[in-house]
Design a protein around this ligand. Structure first.
Ligand code: AMP
Length: 219
């Protein structure tokens, strides 16, 4: 099979806006968002075997590499051979990055870009603590930065019930951030050595970040 399938990795701490931007790329450019966090939350909600192994996500603990790698390998093999995929939340450890490298060696996918979202820690906490989403369509909102047009009603589907992630509490965010700096940030160096990393300023306005991201990944 030719290497028409393209992968882009979004790297950055929780709250940097990776999920929001990946969703925009999916809506605007048909690039498929594969979010390991969303997959795991769905597995926990469904009470599946993977969900059992992923219960620690509510307190900010990373799920074991082998569970994650198996899950993402399955998702990638389900794509057709012209897919463009954004990986949001994977890889998150060096062993995961190496396992992805082995999947890429099979020749079906080609890794084009690794985008590092740069952002200050105080901004992250403010962004995470205020965020919530529609319980039906998953549309994301924020207490300060992105309110629904009619208060209490989802712009997208009209639903009136919203959810806040359990791991978005301030104490848990600190643990998630320390896991990021210790286990995930070293991956940037790993991909830097391969000449694949572009950095974008994730402190900027959402629309500006979208444009900056498009400038790198849309050709
Ligand atoms: P996210 O939605 O990307 O913030 O992920 C939410 C939570 O899911 C993380 O805090 C981890 O507990 C877990 N998780 C998501 N992706 C991974 C991964 N690649 N490796 C390990 N745990 C993950």
């Amino acid at each position: 099979m030719s290497k028409q399938n393209v992968i882009v990795i979004l790297l950055g701490p929780p709250g940097a806006g990776k999920g929001t931007q990946a969703k925009r790329m999916q809506e605007r450019h048909g690039i498929i968002q594969l979010s390991t966090g969303e997959m795991l939350r769905a597995e926990v909600a469904a009470g599946s075997q993977i969900g059992e192994q992923a219960k620690g996500i509510d307190v900010g603990k990373l799920v074991s590499d082998n569970v994650i790698v198996e899950m993402i390998a399955k998702e990638l093999s389900a794509q057709d051979n012209t897919s463009k995929v954004i990986l949001d939340g994977f890889p998150r450890t060096l062993p995961q990055a190496k396992a992805l490298g082995e999947l890429l060696d099979r020749g079906v996918f080609s890794l084009r870009h690794v985008i590092e979202f740069k952002i200050h820690e105080e901004t992250l906490i403010r962004r995470i603590v205020g965020r919530y989403s529609c319980s039906v369509c998953n549309q994301g909102y924020h207490d300060e930065f992105e309110k629904p047009v009619i208060q209490g009603v989802c712009d997208n589907c009209g639903n009136r019930k919203f959810l806040r992630r359990l791991d978005d509490r301030e104490g848990t965010i600190r643990l998630r951030l320390s896991e990021y700096y210790e286990l995930t940030a070293p991956i940037i160096e790993y991909y830097n050595n391969k000449g694949l990393v572009s950095s974008i300023d994730a402190m900027l306005d959402l629309d500006v970040v979208t444009k900056d991201l498009e400038a790198v990944i849309i050709h």
